[in-house]
Design a protein around this ligand. Sequence first.
Ligand SMILES: Cc1cc2nc3c(=O)[nH]c(=O)nc-3n(C[C@H](O)[C@H](O)[C@H](O)COP(=O)(O)O)c2cc1C
Length: 187
Amino acid sequence: MPSRPRVVAFSGSAKRPSRTRILVEALGAELGRLRPIDLAVYDLLDAGPGLGATQRHDLSAPAERLIAAIEGADALIVGTPVYQGGYAGLFKHVFDFVDPARMAGKPVVLTATGGGLRHALVVEHSLRPLFGFFAAHVAPTSVYAGSDDLVDGRILDRTVAARLEAAAAELASLIDLARPPGSGPTN
Ligand SMILES: Cc1cc2nc3c(=O)[nH]c(=O)nc-3n(C[C@H](O)[C@H](O)[C@H](O)COP(=O)(O)O)c2cc1C
């Protein structure tokens, strides 16, 4: 029996509750409805203050576990809060530790949350180039939720919900392409 693909959902927020974490969890849940997966969800609090290092060997054990989980995942659902019009600095800091060789060809969905809709294209103009650098296989549909779209842990906007479903379906296809049925873990 083939093992389930390991999917890591990572939210670059240090808050709980976090709208970004809710969005990546919702995408993971939708993906889980489409195909069997092993889902692990992380945020910056899982990494702890030991993330504040400049070299990988100086990371604390929890921070190293987060980076290793991202590298070892068969697929990623990433999310960032919008800070000052771009991705959160600590979101980028996490990916600065990630070995690009472990990202090439990895299926990824991009998500972000913000206070309004003014910065909705942060997923396209900020996140997509970063994952293009990594040569990841990024789903064409990305998901952004403003404050009226995601309230009290629920996605209220139908367009956001439809994009989330589309992104999950695309991620499922990318996972199957990267990992044909019957194959084991990729790394
Ligand atoms: C320092 C800071 C800067 C922010 N800058 C923006 C911004 O430029 N554009 C925007 O739409 N929202 C901005 N926000 C709002 C957050 O992106 C929004 O509340 C987000 O959903 C928070 O995600 P979280 O609940 O996962 O932490 C900012 C919030 C903070 C704390």
